[in-house]
Design a protein around this ligand. Structure first.
Ligand SMILES: O=c1ccn([C@@H]2O[C@H](COP(=O)(O)OP(=O)(O)O[C@H]3O[C@H](CO)[C@@H](O)[C@H](O)[C@H]3O)[C@@H](O)[C@H]2O)c(=O)[nH]1
Length: 465
């Protein structure tokens, strides 16, 4: 039986590339071959760190070989990616076929054009969903008969207490649903993108299979309540070396350089800190903040008075000098980027102050680190709801939204204290965080739910090929 050969098409953002690489590695370990297809820029950015056995890379230029820059027109970027990506994908499949190589299936990380090209060339196509099943379910129901149920609430003011009730989901308020439903949001153009994805799913092979970066213990009931679709949990798609590190003694504070080559100075600094004493602050690869908001974050951290490691990307907001710089330097470290999975698995980390991007949320869950959630847009609103109210592994900040400030320093301090300090709620949150870490690792290990599901998926293709 020939091993299946998957053509994995990945959107060129960190939030997509990271889980796609983990998926490629797992598919390779399960005995398949993979061609990983993405943009020149995305590949160049990963080139130092990634060499996966069984995985070959193919790239195309989307016209943004130096990356999408701050101020670029997002809609235009998406249109170029679609046009150039479609042509290049078609070219790759046809060229390969001329050389006798037939791809078994095209997998795409939420790229409807890749699905379209695959079908037009009569190759099976499977969506890889890289947000929670809960978010998938919200969109699914919106595009399958529940549009009014959602719109009745999202068309009201933000702080509405009206509830959206959808099959299999906890009741949701306006602030819990993806920001794409908020038509004043500058990312509202994301809704038509979602629409094309869900339209295509209606036309798919039966039964329609979707691979999802989640796991059964976390969201199986949600997945089962999504119509006739077969949403298969194969996550958390976090690096194996990170999961391996998690299975080591968690109170071991020895330097992790052997496990994580290329560790920065911040790891030495973390090594000098007490267990569960450090706040890790990072908001993914896209979010931007006003200076006023950055100052409030700084104020919250200073008032909390605990050591912190803060990832402040060069492109994450206005350029003014950060005030409180000297005071901040006394208790914390600010870096432009770090190896987040390495940091989260470090025993000194006691809390993650996060935007709740789905990768960050899963990485935090898999390392047993409780969260303070400060969502910015898209799925992050729903992810924060799950963190606070469903899995109870963190708290979500209350927002004011005045003068460029969405959350005040005092509120940030209060939430950090709730999660890291004494008190019943903090104890419960930390207990739950440990529980979810165990369940996440269980799902991924050999014979765990995600491991079995992915292997079954590969075997299915090996049979038909
Ligand atoms: O200093 C850092 C900061 C981040 N990361 C990594 O970058 C990724 C960030 O991904 P995520 O947490 O999902 O945030 P975004 O980059 O904001 O991801 C976008 O894509 C995700 C997947 O669709 C969505 O869930 C988010 O809402 C969306 O903003 C994670 O793997 C992190 O480990 C680092 O390695 N170092």
């Amino acid at each position: 039986m020939a091993p299946p050969h998957f053509l994995l098409v990945a959107f060129p953002s960190r939030g997509s590339i990271n889980p796609a690489l983990q998926l490629a590695e797992r598919l390779a370990r399960a005995g398949s071959r993979i061609t990983f297809f993405t943009t020149v820029f995305a590949r160049r950015r990963m080139i130092d760190s990634v060499c996966l056995e069984g995985v070959t890379f193919a790239t195309f230029s989307d016209g943004y070989d130096n990356g999408y820059q701050l101020g670029d027109d997002a809609e235009r970027f998406m249109a170029e990616l679609k046009q150039r990506g479609s042509e290049a994908l078609r070219g790759l499949i046809e060229l390969s076929s001329g050389r006798g190589l037939r791809f078994t299936c095209v997998l795409n990380t939420v790229l409807p054009w890749a699905d379209h090209v695959a079908r037009s060339l009569r190759i099976r196509s499977v969506l890889v969903w890289i947000q929670p099943a809960t978010v998938f379910s919200i969109y699914y129901h919106y595009f399958n008969g529940y549009e009014d149920v959602i719109k009745n609430v999202t068309s009201q003011s933000r702080d509405s207490t009206s509830l959206i009730r959808l099959p299999g989901l906890p009741p949701l308020t306006n602030r819990d649903v993806p920001s794409f439903f908020n038509l004043e949001n500058k990312y509202a153009f994301g809704l038509p993108q979602m629409q094309s994805i869900f339209e295509q799913l209606k036309e798919g092979d039966n039964p329609i299979v979707v691979l999802a970066n989640t796991f059964d213990a976390l969201e199986l009931e949600i997945s089962r309540a999504i119509g006739t679709l077969n949403l298969i949990g194969i996550g958390p798609l976090v690096p194996f070396r990170f999961l391996d590190a998690q299975t080591h003694n968690s109170s071991d504070k020895s330097p992790r350089g052997d496990l994580f080559p290329g560790s920065g100075d911040y790891v030495q600094w973390l090594n000098s800190k007490e267990e569960a004493s450090v706040i890790y602050v990072a908001f993914g690869s896209i979010a931007k903040f006003s200076n006023a908001q950055k100052r409030e974050i700084a104020r919250g951290l200073l008032e909390a008075g605990r050591p912190f490691l803060w990832v402040m990307r060069e492109s994450d907001g206005d350029d003014d000098e950060l005030i409180y710089k000297e005071e901040l330097d006394e208790i914390g470290v600010i870096v432009p980027w770090c190896s987040q999975t390495e940091v989260l698995s470090h025993p000194s980390i006691g809390c993650f102050f996060t935007h709740c991007g789905w990768n960050s949320t899963l990485e935090s869950l898999a390392s047993g680190v409780p969260m303070v959630a400060f969502p910015q847009f898209t799925d992050q609103m729903t992810n924060s709801k799950l963190v606070e109210d469903v899995w109870k592994v963190g708290v979500r900040v209350s927002e004011i939204d005045e003068g460029g400030i969405r959350v005040e320093g005092g509120e940030i301090k209060k939430c950090l204290e709730m999660v890291m300090g004494g008190g019943e709620r903090g104890d419960e949150i930390r207990r739950n965080a440990k529980k979810w870490k165990g369940l996440a690792l269980e799902a991924c290990k050999e014979g765990g739910s995600s491991d079995k599901s992915l292997k079954a998926f590969v075997e299915e293709f090996a049979k038909v090929d």
